[in-house]
Design a protein around this ligand. Structure first.
Ligand code: F6P
Length: 516
């Protein structure tokens, strides 16, 4: 963004009156700051935004040609320029599209859905003739967070085998997942775009040993979801159990690809198709809705305003829905891996802050833990309340209490309360948004996730960065390989660096441990 545009937005931002005054001056504020789209009701009225600022933000999105970039993304253009890759995840859910992307994606999706349904019905039982009762996904980052969040969110639609997730290279994670599982009725899904990720490959080896110890044909108990079929086949995955996606699908944007296979196992291919339909609804909305009622666009400009213009360093995502409790973790990767950067596509430093720290925990639990700080702490933390209007269980009273708490918290943050005793005083003017899906079903969840995907990409375009690479994870990976080989060799490092004293201490500790 040009410096003069940025600075005039900054001036407008600083001139915004406190929320209580904004509501007093314009009681109809909620009308122009609420958007209803794809079954999602989004209320942005308790954000520190005025009409002129809203209009200026929309104008700057036009100047930055956000809609042009969105159309390019819908076409699968090469937007990931540092890796020279197309960005094509929207093709994964456009069953009507005829692009070569869409055709490739559809073919693999059909294979995955058939395999998932065979596993669910018992038509595919692996080598033991026992129906699969447990599916364990081994993957990390985008090969874990999306499907894990969706399986949890759609718990009420679960009708197949129990689906568990292992991501951490800490053996405790796989130990937990194996607890009570029977090798004869367990299927592993090795989810890895690259099929080289250290954590995933280590856990996959251990899973293979565990299965082979009691099952004659181990490979019948493994499925792969990968963009590197060759590596998966070499590892021993059977061709008919190797589900493919493509280098034009970024890991954190891959839940609508065959990375969603564990979701298909949990809810069935029909419900998964609904999930994709919901994503397609939002894809259609984002390219066609006018800016002031375009949900991902308004969501994006508000998040960007909070981090880049107001300078709020974090955002708390608080799902008032227990089933959405993995949403903050999913958004951490989506937003922070995409936009946690300092240089733009032009190689220059970005003006203003980029990705906020995204964190959160299910409400109402958070209220009894960290909401004290949100209401009275010295940092202003914008809050994103996310919930469903329809109750999922039979306890409607509990659901009403949940919703009442959400409204109360949002109001308390915005309005505050003056009190003669300073420690009982709430300064208010703390911004929040409320995002409500009418019903937490596969279609609506698909729309919600696509909204976040698009908002993330739009924020990146506003910042002028490439949201689709992740060079920032590479250095740590490289150093870990070198360090792991030093630990495996048990070799003391003599040269003095920042970390060798710690490495040498650990090597010595391990040696002493194995002697005892
Ligand atoms: O290290 C980051 C990352 O590359 C993510 O972008 C990705 O989602 C994750 O690791 C897992 O990668 P893979 O699916 O290749 O195992």
């Amino acid at each position: 963004m040009e410096a003069d545009v940025f600075h005039s937005l900054m001036n407008l931002t600083q001139g915004v009156a406190p929320l209580a005054d904004l509501f007093r001056a314009d009681p109809s504020r909620a009308q122009w700051l609420t958007i209803d789209a794809c079954g999602i009701h989004a209320d942005f009225s308790r954000q520190r935004i005025s009409k002129p600022l809203r209009d200026a933000l929309i104008h700057s999105a036009e100047v930055m040609d956000v809609q042009g970039s969105m159309k390019k993304m819908a076409n699968g253009d090469v937007l990931n320029i540092t890796e020279q890759r197309s960005v094509g995840h929207m093709a994964l859910r456009s069953s009507a599209a005829s692009s070569s992307f869409a055709k490739q994606a559809l073919g693999q999706l059909v294979r995955a859905q058939k395999l998932a349904d065979d596993i669910r019905s018992g038509a595919d039982c692996g080598s033991t003739k026992q129906q699969f009762a447990t599916v364990i996904n081994i993957g990390i980052g985008g090969s874990d967070l999306g499907p894990a969040m969706v399986v949890k969110a759609l718990r009420a639609f679960g009708s197949g085998p129990e689906v568990r997730f292992v991501s951490n290279v800490d053996a405790a994670d796989l130990d937990d997942a194996l607890r009570g599982a029977n090798p004869e009725s367990t299927l592993f899904v090795i989810s890895s775009k690259t099929f080289t990720t250290l954590e995933t490959m280590h856990n996959a080896e251990r899973a293979r040993e565990w299965i082979s110890a009691s099952v004659p044909n181990w490979s019948q108990h493994f499925v792969a979801a990968t963009a590197h079929a060759e590596a998966a086949l070499k590892w021993g995955i059977q061709k008919n159990r190797c589900l493919e996606f493509f280098d034009w699908v970024g890991g954190r944007f891959s839940v609508s690809s065959v990375i969603g296979f564990p979701v298909m196992c949990a809810i069935g291919s029909g419900q998964f198709a609904e999930f994709l339909e919901g994503m397609a609804d939002m894809d259609q909305h984002v390219v066609s809705a006018p800016p002031n009622v375009n949900l991902p666009l308004m969501h994006a400009v508000i998040w960007w305003m909070n981090s880049a213009l107001h300078g709020f360093p974090t955002v708390a995502v608080i799902p008032y829905s227990h089933d959405l409790s993995r949403l903050p973790a999913f958004l951490q990767q989506l937003v922070m891996e995409s936009n946690g950067k300092s240089v733009g596509v032009d190689g220059r430093s970005v003006l203003g802050g980029t990705s906020p720290v995204v964190w959160g925990e299910a409400g109402t639990n958070g209220q009894h833990a960290f909401f004290q700080m949100l209401h009275q702490g010295t940092q202003v933390v914008p809050v994103e309340f996310v919930t469903a209007a329809a109750s999922l269980g039979t306890d409607n009273e509990a659901h009403d209490l949940l919703f009442a708490n959400l409204i109360a918290q949002s109001e308390a943050l915005a309005i505050g309360r003056a009190h003669a005793e300073p420690h009982k005083s709430f300064e208010g003017n703390r911004p929040s948004s409320v995002i409500v899906v009418d019903d937490l079903n596969p279609r609506r969840l698909g729309s919600l996730i696509a909204m976040y995907e698009h908002s993330t990409a739009i924020q990146g375009w506003l910042m002028g960065i490439n949201s689709f690479d992740q060079w920032g994870v590479e250095l740590g990976k490289e150093l870990a390989i070198d360090t792991a080989s030093a630990i495996a060799a048990g070799s003391h490092r003599d040269e003095q660096t920042m970390t060798h004293p710690l490495l040498n201490w650990y090597i010595k500790f391990r040696k002493n441990l194995s002697r005892n």
